[in-house]
Design a protein around this ligand. Structure first.
Ligand SMILES: [Fe+2]
Length: 366
């Protein structure tokens, strides 16, 4: 047995953890830049909590609340310039995946005089600023990964970067912050977390340690599935979903994602479909495609979810988000080509060709 497992994030999980452990921020400097998308940071109470902590520690802060949904390279470039002008000592990302990923990019751009497009080269001279991550959705897992996923308009898709230096230093995970998310966001983000666990589990980069985390994340989704279907999301369920999301992040921090993410980015870029939902549309067909190369693991996924077979999985996801939109033949071949350009495609447990991706897009249509 041989593997590497790298997880340098100090994660505090539980109600009230920001106020309880916020004094740790004292170590990171006297000026913090808070990076948010503007709404969930405020409505969740996370922004108020962190501002109270910063004030008590005499740490100044500025708020960059212009993070777009699926932030572009131009958007994080603007944030990086603002962080440099302000002289930020560290960056605090609050929100869903978009602000957390933007915070990592801004932390790199604050200390490196490069264009945002150069982030994807994954080589920057200077260490990024320390990043603190506070999720307000349960899905991205970005708080425990080094990845920053950004929209690349020139490539008409998303791209990601990440090095061992871009892991957040601390993640504060308080399930209460996810309570203000609408039901649809809760469902979409939960499916994102599930996709991280399943793709990591069925990745050719999976390890014994990442598999343990992936299985627990999948099992937790199974415990929450009826709650997601009927919309009765208690605080206890919120806690399970946030924990599953964190586990999914820890998994993909080791394995990366695979073809579900690579293909799903097309629905998001071209059809404006939220990330988790986009993944969800593809997942049953992805399991069918991979079955010949991962039967035992796929059967285990289904058992952990309490489902009899892939048809049951398909029905569960369809009950939560419906079916994928129809695509033209031209769209399907374009999306498949873009998917094949993603590095993560090579991590899929079964080798994949453009034709396979086309078949998946064709089969999942409503
Ligand atoms: Fe994702």
């Amino acid at each position: 047995m041989q593997f590497k497992f790298h997880m340098p994030v100090k994660a505090y999980f539980g109600e009230g953890c920001v106020k309880q452990y916020g004094s740790e921020l004292e170590a990171f400097g006297k000026k913090a830049m808070i990076v948010t998308g503007g709404s969930s940071a405020k409505t969740s109470g996370a922004l108020d909590d962190i501002c109270e902590v910063l004030k008590s520690l005499n740490i100044d802060h500025m708020i960059f609340d212009k993070v777009e949904n699926n932030p572009s390279t131009a958007n994080v470039g603007e944030g990086g310039a603002a962080a440099r002008r302000y002289g930020a000592g560290f960056v605090i990302g609050i929100g869903g995946g978009s602000p957390l990923d933007a915070a990592k990019a801004i932390a790199v751009l604050a200390t490196n005089d490069i264009e945002a497009d150069e982030l994807f080269d994954n080589s920057f001279k200077n260490k990024p600023l320390t990043t603190i991550a506070i999720p307000t959705t349960a899905g991205t897992g970005s708080e425990v990964t080094p990845y920053s996923v950004l929209t690349r308009n020139e490539a008409q898709t998303k791209g990601s970067f990440g090095t061992p230096d871009t892991f957040p230093a601390i993640a504060f995970l308080d399930p209460v912050y996810t309570e203000t998310q609408p039901a649809a966001v809760t469902v979409n983000t939960a499916i994102d977390a599930l996709s991280h666990c399943i793709e990591g589990y069925l990745s050719n980069r999976s390890t014994p340690a990442s598999d343990i985390l992936a299985q627990e994340g999948i099992r937790l989704f199974g415990e929450c599935k009826e709650h997601l279907q009927n919309g009765a999301i208690s605080r206890e369920v919120r806690g399970k979903l946030l924990y599953a999301s964190m586990l999914g992040g820890m998994v993909i921090a080791q394995t990366g994602t695979t073809i579900v993410h690579g293909a799903g980015y097309n629905y998001t870029y071209f059809k404006n479909i939220p990330h988790g939902r986009a993944n969800g549309y593809l997942m049953a067909e992805y399991l069918r495609f991979n079955y010949s190369h991962g039967a035992e693991k796929t059967d285990n996924v289904l058992a952990l979810l309490g489902l009899a077979d892939i048809n049951g999985f398909d029905a569960l996801i369809a009950s939560l988000i419906g079916r994928a939109p129809g695509l033209s033949d031209a769209e399907i071949s374009k999306y498949a080509a873009i998917t094949m350009s993603q590095r993560s495609t090579t991590y899929n447990i079964r080798p994949v060709q453009a034709q396979d991706i086309e078949d998946i897009f064709r089969k999942v249509q409503a």
